[in-house]
Structure formats: C-alpha cells, structure tokens
Design a protein around this ligand. Structure first.
Ligand SMILES: [Zn+2]
Ligand SMILES: [Zn+2]
Length: 842
C-alpha cells in the first residue's frame, strides 16, 4: 500500500462530500429501528461566526453521536439556528443592516464552518427559527398556551433595558444588568403578556428526580425556583377597604412587626387611591424616581415615603405605619413586607432611619440598639406563643394563625411568571387579536367555556382578546423599513396599520392585532420537537415520529443555560404533555453540561483579542487535528486551555498515526504478538468506557499510548506480513479513532480495510470494536528483586509462574544482575510476596 503524504485538505474535502452524497447522517426517521437523538444546543448565528468555544462543545457532542452510531444506534443529529431575538437584532442595529439580510449571510457562514469541522449533522432537516415555516408553529404554540388559560396580560413593573429599548425577563437580568447588552436595567410599569410557569413550579422541582443532569445545573434551577414555606398574613388597612397580604418565612416574629413596606408598583396599583391629597404628589414622585433607578441602586440605599396609612397587626391589634420603599421588589413574595426590625437586618436599617419601634420577640443576648438578631430561638413577648420555638413549633404557630383568621400556611416561590412579550421587531408576532366591540360586551375566548388547563382567570381582564384562527397562521412578520425600537413601550409593529388592522375572529368587527413579538426563548423551548418532523408542513411535529425519537437521548450544551432555556423547555414540554399532544413530560432526560474553553489562560473575548477562529486552524492543521486537540486539552466539563503549541504537537501526532496506519505489515515474534493482543484489548476497553462518560481527553491519551507501543514494534517495517494480530490492531485503532478523527479514519478504512467491491460503506457505519475481558490481563508480570533492601533487577515472568516461589527464586538466581550480588554470599533470609516482590538478605 502506498504511503502518501497526509494531505488534510484533500482528505477532508473528499470525505465530507462523500458523506453528504451518501446521506450517511440522514436516518430514515420513520423506519429507524434503534433511534438515538443526539442534540447539541443550537447556536445563535452571530456575525462574528462560529468561534472555537462552539467548535469545542459541538465536537464533544459529535463524538458521542458517532460513537453511538458505531454501537448500532440509528443516530439523528440535527443542527439549526436560533436566529430570532434581541441578540441578532441588536447586532443588525449596530451594523445598520436589516436582520433578515444579515442572517442570510451569517447562517450561511455557520453552515460552512460546521461542515468544515466534519460533524455528522443531518443537513436535510435543519431549523431556522426566523423562517415562517418554523415560527408559524411557534405562534401555534403560543395559541395552545393561551387557549389552555396559561397566558395572560397584565400591567406589571418590569425590567426595562434602556439600551435594548425593551423589557427583559427577570431571568435575563444578571446582577442588575441586561443579559444581552450589559446596560443597567430600569423598571417600568407596562402591559405585558405572561406565561403561567409558576403554576408548574412544583412539577419543575419534582421532575428533577427523574432526570440525569449534572448536580450544578439542577441546583441552579432549584435556586431559581426558590421554594420556601411560611405563612401569608393579612393586615387590614385602617379607614380603607383593603387588606395587605404579606408572605413571610418567619411567622414566629409576627408580634415583632412594627411597620409595613410595599413596593412602588404595589403602592401605585393598590394603595395610592387611599393616600391623602397633600401626600399624593410626594408619593407619586417617589414612585416615578424609583422606576428610573437600576436594580443595583435599590439594593444600596434604603429610602422610603410614609403613605399616611396605618395597617393593623392582627396579632396584637397595633396600628403600624405603611411606607412605600423601593428596596421591596415585586419579585419577592407579594410586593409587601411586614417590617420586623428586631429580627431582620434590612428592616432594622430602615427602622433606624425612620425612627420606628424595635420589639424583640426571639430570646437572645443581642444589643438591639446596634443590630438585628436574625437567628432562631425561643419566642418572647408574644402572648400564647411565649416559650415556643421556630421551626420546631411550625405547625402550632401556623394552626394558631389559621384558627384566629390572621392568615394561612403558604408555599412561596422565587420563580415569577414568564414575561413573554417584547416591544421589538425581530420575533414572531404574538398571534392575538383585540376587539373593542367584544370587550365592551365582556366577551373573550374564555367566555366560550372551552376546556382550560387553568380555569381561574380572575387575575386579569381577558375581555376583547381572541386567538388568531389556526388556519390563518403564520401571522407574518412584515418586512419593515423602520424596524428600530423607539423605547416608547410599544414595538415597531404598532406604527404599521397595514399590519395591525384586522377583523375580529369572533364578531367580524374592526379589531387590532397584538403588536408585541414573543421572547426568543419561546423559539428554543420547542425546536427539538421540530427537527425530526422537518418536512411535515401541516403539523408542528408528527406524532408517530415524535413518539419514536423523543425525548432527546442526549442533550449537550452549556451550563449557562441552566435557568433560562432549560427551564422554559421543560415547562413547555409539560404543558404539551398536559394537553395530550406528547407522551413525555421531560424533554431532556440526560443533559451533559460542557465546560468553557479558554485561550492562553484567559477567557476568550473580543476585547482581549484572544478569540480563536477555528477556520484558520482547520486551514492550517486540518479538522481532525483540531478536533483531537480540542478534545485532548482537558476534561469536557472543565476549562481547557487552547494553546498554539499544543495544536502543533497534535498535528505531529496525527502525521505519525497516519504513517503507522499505512504500514504494510509487521512481522512479530510470538511474545510480542501476545503482548500486543493484550494492549489492544486494554485500549478498546479504556477508550470505550471513557467515551461513555465523556472522558475524551483520557480516551485520546490511551490511543496515544497504544500508538507509541505500536511504533515500538515497528522496526521490522518493510517486511510484508499480511493478516494476523498486527492487522487486527491497526484495524481496531482505525475504528477507535473514527469518532475523533473521522476523515483520517475514513481514508485509512477505505484504502485498507473496506471491501474493494460492492457499495460504499463508511467506517462510521461499521461496528465499534469489542474487547475480550479475559484478554485484558497481562500475560507477564514484573517482579522487583532486592538484595539487602536494594533493588537489583526487575524480572519479567509469565503470569502463571509469578506466584510460584521456587520458580521465581530460580529465575532470580539465573539473572546476572541479581546473581553478582549473591555470589559467594550466604542467603540468610528470603522474603517473597507472590506476584509482587522477591527480597534476599545475605
Ligand atoms: Zn440590553
Ligand atoms: Zn369582536
């Protein structure tokens, strides 16, 4: 066989084309026998293109897919683009290009790059979420939620990014800043659409028990859901027909409550109407100012304004002053807090500032002129509760509160409903219509008495709202000239009567379309359902195909999506399950959270100028070298460090492997053949087990050790010796390399091992090698031999002889390196540890 130069460009282009032509990564979704859905989190096609971090994680996913395919699975590995959303739109704004035009270019670039990496994607079933044939079904999904009673519109204080000029969900605010652009987020009161994800809080927690996810991801979700048990207590407002409801996890401190604080939006929506005229302007201006503050500022200074109202503590009938204070966020509990300055640090600070009473109700030696005591302990100054303890007497206290009618036990969650509307352009228009005429009659979709998953709609006013009929989908996003956000609280579509003027689907009167678009996380909350059904244009997902391929067998992606994407996708899946549209309620039973690649010891970023572009490396070293290097750098879930020296070393290794795999044949002595056989089976075992647990770096290390060993056996090259163990070892090595270096492995396979006649069969459709456990044990054992405690030689002995004392002594004495220390001396003592050690004392 010819020993050609390793020309990566020629080899890689050739096989990429062949794989595509032969459709080897395109399973028959209808008739597949043993389906395995291998999914990589789809990228958002940024203008900069795919970076090496994407290459790192997508290669990790691809290796697993190839491995499972060789183990006999019908692997489906799709790819698509998260092309809607603020991220794309913001970049389009920056470069002054229409997002549609920009994305046509960037998705093409991504496709080119992903193909160059040699990944085994099914390119016949891609998804681009900004295309009407996809977002038609995203709108359909919105309708399903609306029609189930799981969507509602409400005036709410929301996070507003002044730079993105839109609202952002709580989850998308990272320590006070917009997750997309980094600007400090403001708060505004605006009408918004929400999904009732909080109805599913308990299910989302329960579901964790049946999924195989890394612990840190589950913990992040648990923290975000933030379940806490406590009580909801009602405080009557004096001279007003109103009760303030407060959730507290410390009902044991109720007798110590001396004031109340409510959030600005709570004050505005519920209490402002009771405020005296002379105070009103001060209160209103405080509310206005607080809306302009960033979340971080709120945490820093605790300011407030007395509303002139008194609420009554039900426990001791004491009137307590009510304040509006912007350190109380709507995201906690109800937006109202009972101030217990003796036992809460923030309440204490506030009480100091406004000279409010501090009443200790938990026994401690604390100095209440200096600080609060927030620990637990014996209850004091609390009537019947004195001497009780919290949480030991949790039940007693809650029963007491309930019996007296002060309130009741309640479970609270940090999780808020999913804010789904965006006052932006680049998303699917929300498929709802508002009819003034129906609204006047109090008519809405909910007055038709359809079956709802959520019956109670009393928390909003749905009058006038109708879903767009399914047959009218998609509601097309018009190609606007002026698509820039104005920041007025309305999206760009609101300026286009051609878009919003329509007829009421119910009564036919003149009506208007909703002009907000939906959050991009809705696009990604169901894309995995679409992939196998691409091509089925009359359904979002074909039920038979979905039954066959879902849930996803392995989901591979970044841990940074723990609380956003992964939570939303789980919620949507649960809703579809409840609607009887699918038969499973967890979309990703197995999720692997990969780590983050760094470059020369630092996080990759444009400002550091250390962003690795995979294209250059593929051009120079080849995709196989890059893939092997990316996987060899470190553990898949760690922070591997990309270094140029490292990839050069890998290229040299690849050339050596290619040479070795092309060696004609090697004549081996019987002893060497036996050792080779053992090493080969050991290597198959280690590589197999490591890939199963994503230990790609150690799998490659084992392959390298095996290559070194084979090279050590190769001094007889030139002699032809076909067949036998050498050929078997080379064959298996080629197969083991296939997931990591797919092009190189294919090249060797087709020229050396594939049958010359008949149809093309790719190495990637061959069977993964098996190992024989009985052959793993080494035939020979190394036994160190000591004389007077000094190591003099190491004997290599047949395994079966190594436990035979007489035999080992005999062999030791025959060894010249031992013998010279024994000569003319008398052996006083012999210590033998079977199979391990021989020691003479002379
Ligand atoms: Zn922003
Ligand atoms: Zn109507």
């Amino acid at each position: 066989m010819k020993q050609g130069k390793y020309d990566h460009k020629k080899i890689e282009e050739k096989w990429q084309k062949k794989w595509l032509d032969e459709k080897i990564f395109t399973p028959d979704v209808k008739s597949a026998r043993d389906p395995f859905y291998n999914l990589w989190m789809y990228p958002y096609p940024s203008a900069e293109g795919l970076h090496a971090g994407h290459a790192f994680s997508s290669t990790g996913s691809d290796i697993y897919g190839r491995f499972m395919r060789m183990r006999g699975k019908d692997v489906f590995q799709p790819i698509g683009y998260d092309s809607f959303g603020i991220h794309s739109e913001n970049y389009a704004l920056k470069i002054g290009e229409h997002p549609q035009k920009m994305l046509e270019r960037t998705t093409k670039h991504y496709e080119y790059q992903l193909k160059k990496l040699g990944h085994g994607y099914d390119w016949t079933r891609t998804v681009t979420v900004s295309e009407p044939n996809y977002y038609r079904w995203t709108q359909w999904l919105f309708l399903k939620l609306f029609e189930a009673g799981l969507a509602y519109q409400k005036e709410a204080e929301v996070n507003f990014c002044p730079s993105c000029k839109t609202v952002v969900a709580d989850e998308q605010v990272i320590s006070g800043a917009c997750e997309r652009c980094g600007s400090q987020v403001e708060r505004k009161s605006l009408k918004q659409w929400f999904f009732r994800i909080t109805d599913y809080a308990e299910r989302l927690l329960e579901g964790h028990k049946k999924i195989d996810w890394s612990e840190r991801v589950v913990i992040a979700q648990k923290n975000w859901i933030g379940r806490s048990e406590g009580a909801e207590i009602k405080f009557k407002v004096q001279d007003a027909d109103f009760e303030i409801k407060v959730f507290t996890t410390r009902p044991d401190t109720l007798f110590g409550a001396t004031f109340m604080v409510v959030s600005p939006s709570y004050a505005k929506n519920n209490l402002l109407k009771f405020v005296d005229e002379e105070r009103k302007s001060e209160v209103e201006s405080y509310i206005r100012k607080s809306e302009q503050k960033s979340v971080n500022d709120l945490e820093r200074d605790k300011t407030g304004v007395f509303l002139g109202l008194l609420a009554v503590n039900p426990a001791n009938d004491t009137p307590m002053p009510v304040f509006v204070a912007d350190y109380v966020l709507d995201t906690y509990g109800t937006g109202a807090v009972m101030g217990v300055p003796a036992h809460d640090e923030r309440d204490f600070e506030f009480a100091q500032k406004y000279h409010l009473k501090v009443i200790p109700v938990i026994d401690s030696n604390n100095d209440y002129s200096k600080s609060a005591y927030s620990g637990e302990g014996k209850i004091i100054n609390s009537g019947d509760w004195d001497g009780k303890k919290y949480p030991d007497d949790f039940k007693f206290i809650l029963d007491y509160i309930k019996k007296k009618g002060w309130g009741e036990k309640k479970v609270s969650y940090h999780l808020r409903d999913w804010l789904i509307s965006r006052q932006r352009y680049w998303g699917p228009p929300i498929p709802l219509v508002y009819c003034e005429s129906c609204a006047k009659k109090g008519l809405s979709y909910f007055s038709l008495n359809k079956k709802l998953l959520r019956k109670d709609q009393s928390d909003w006013n749905p009058a006038g709202w109708w879903p767009v009929p399914e047959d009218d989908l998609p509601v097309l996003l018009p190609n606007l000239k002026n698509w820039r956000p104005e920041g007025s609280g309305k999206g760009p579509l609101a300026a286009y009567p051609d878009f919003y003027e329509t007829k009421c689907p119910h009564c036919g009167a003149k009506a208007v379309r909703e002009t907000d678009v939906s959050d991009t996380f809705l696009d990604s909350s169901w894309y995995f359902l679409r992939y196998p059904s691409v091509g089925y244009d009359n359904v979002p997902f074909d039920s038979e195909i979905t039954e066959k391929w879902l849930p996803v067998d392995l989901y591979f992606g970044g841990a940074e999506h723990s609380v956003l994407h992964l939570m939303y996708a789980r919620f949507i899946t649960m809703v579809l399950y409840d609607l009887g549209l699918i038969s499973f309620d967890e979309p990703f039973p197995r999720f692997f959270a990969h780590g983050l690649m760094i470059k020369d010891g630092a996080k990759m970023s444009k400002s550091r100028g250390n962003v690795v572009n995979p294209d250059e490396y593929i051009e120079k070293y080849g995709a196989d070298t890059l893939r092997l290097y990316l996987m060899f750098m470190g553990p898949m879930d760690g922070y591997p460090d990309f270094r140029d020296e490292g990839i050069e070393g890998m290229r040299r290794f690849v050339e050596r492997v290619f040479r070795l795999l092309n060696l004609d044949g090697v004549f081996l002595e019987e002893k060497d053949a036996a050792i080779l056989k053992t090493k080969m089976h050991q290597t198959i075992k280690k590589v197999t087990e490591d890939i199963e647990k994503f230990g790609y770096n150690t799998a490659i290390a084992q392959i390298m050790t095996f290559v070194n060993f084979l090279e050590g056996l190769a001094p007889f090259k030139g002699q032809t010796f076909k067949g036998g163990i050498w050929e078997e070892a080379i064959r298996n090595l080629t197969l083991l390399l296939a997931p990591f270096a797919p092009h190189l492995a294919e090249e060797v396979w087709q020229t050396r091992f594939a049958k010359s006649k008949g149809a093309f069969k790719s190495i990637h459709l061959e069977s993964w090698p098996e190992y024989d456990p009985s052959l793993i044990v080494e035939d020979t054992v190394k036994i160190p031999v000591q004389v007077n405690g000094k190591l003099r030689s190491v004997l290599e002995i047949q395994a079966q002889d190594s436990k035979n004392e007489n035999k080992v002594i005999e062999l030791a004495k025959a060894d010249s390196k031992v013998n010279k220390w024994l000569e003319g001396k008398k052996i006083k003592k012999t210590i033998f540890v079977p199979g391990k050690l021989l020691s003479f004392v002379v």
